[in-house]
Write a new protein. Structure first.
Length: 72
């Protein structure tokens, strides 16, 4: 059975995530050192797929509009 466009895009995004994850981790650790994990969490904010994000745009917290820098 042929893949749908949705499946093709999903597969492509999964491959991109797998290919970029080590690069992104290395660059964050290079720039932020021991604070890399906290900095990444602050910049990524919440995610509805994980269940910790807003359900509608009106519920979105304003603090996630602009990433903040942490000083750990």
């Amino acid at each position: 059975m042929p893949l749908t466009n949705h499946q093709r895009v999903g597969k492509g995004l999964d491959l991109l995530k797998a290919g970029l994850s080590s690069y992104v981790q290395r660059e964050f650790e290079s720039k932020y050192g021991e604070c890399a994990l906290e900095e990444a969490r602050a910049r990524l904010g919440t995610d509805r797929l994980r269940g910790d994000g807003p359900f509608s745009p009106t519920e979105a917290p304003r603090s996630h509009s602009y990433p903040t820098l942490l000083s750990c």
